[in-house]
Design a binder for this molecule. Sequence first.
Ligand SMILES: *Cc1c(COP(=O)(O)O)cnc(C)c1O
Length: 473
Amino acid sequence: MISHPPEPFRIKMVEPITLLDRKARESAMQRAGYNLFGLRSEEIFIDLLTDSGVCAMSHKQWSAMLEGDEAYAGARSYFRLAEVIQDIFDFPYFLPTHQGRAAEHILTTCLIKPGQYVPSNMHFDTTEANIRARGGNPVNCIIDEAYISNLYHPFKGNLDCLKLREFIQRVGAENIPFGMITVTNNAGGGQPVSLENLRAVSQIYKEFCIPFFIDACRFAENAYFIKLREPEYAGKSILEICSEMFALADGMIMSAKKDGLVNIGGFLAMRDKSLFEQASNELILHEGFPTYGGLAGRDLEAIAIGLREVLEEDYLSYRLGQTNYLAEKLLEKGIPIIEPAGAHAIYINAGMLLPHIPKEHFPGQALAVELYLEGGIRTGEIGSLAFAYPDPQTNKMVHPRLELVRLAIPRRVYTQSHLDYVVEVLSRTAAKSETIQGMELIYAPKLLRHFTAKLTPIQNSIVYNGKSLNAVG
Ligand SMILES: *Cc1c(COP(=O)(O)O)cnc(C)c1O
């Protein structure tokens, strides 16, 4: 078997990308306030900000879009998608939504009463925010191994069943309107969940009569990890593995912008008829009539085909091989990353690469800025800029454990030579790491500050007794 299978497609439409010269990159970065969200797409050479909604669609998806039925109610495209969802996930009811968070909004609105709890291995940020917006409390019960960045575990996304059971007994099942699990665990590095773990988790929820929903954005990538790493599934097809996964659940939420291989879309599926009826009413209020959700008929067609294409093993072995290729090359160059690599992204340990920059000067953001200046690459900071918050009692900043930079890999978009270029830029950057300066905030909103914050590099900053002394002023 080839460890890094070549792209199982050839390219028949291209979108030019250009590398601006260093001066132009510097002025773009300055204008953007040293925030990569402030850059324009044309200013970027390789964009690894996210894997969401940035997939390249296939010729079959594009041609199916022309067959989109745009009828307000009962569109043919809806029934095509319904058939595919039935085949793969086998829930009797589903509702299209414009993206994953809309499905979360509907589910949480229907089920959560203020003060209740929703456990999961680890909630994604929009899931967490939707639970909180209904007055609920998201709770993460991931295994402890997930927090050790260079420890190998085949299923680092697994939920800790002891923690879950103890938690349910402590707060009472009546205070848990539903339980979840995220596959793969996006917030924890895209790490997979085993079928054994899904089975055990489903058993616990069942025992306490708690409905079980899977956050399934990367279900196919997760299923392929199961095939590779859980010996009893080595001989099964991805479709068979998916059937086993979803038979364990009462429903799912999905962002089709990930494993739906499309640019927009999502859905919500469930077994319970009365929940479906309630969710349909919410959908009509916020998204649209139940046969289109927030989408056009052509979008439903593209999702229907994307969901089948994502199950192809040629595709999945290329996909996981590509991420693994990037991980191996970076490790060869001595760049610290979270191991093992997940499916959709590589996480660089910026705290370890830039030990001279204290957390309060955002080593992750400093690295992300430098990667753009060095090679026009856009990445995302997942560290103190995104996640530090003031302690409500002491008002002192609480920093996340790790200062990371995420290199998310869009599906079917970049080739191996693009990745080689990324490795080259990263190793050039690492070679001069001690010259990279920390950053300072000059503007930040209270919530989700990383999207719109403005920063500035600190010249010759040193830290004394935890206080920054800025040598230049
Ligand atoms: C992306 C994502 C969501 C939200 O989906 P959107 O389409 O971005 O609204 C929810 N959960 C996980 C795990 C995700 O990765």
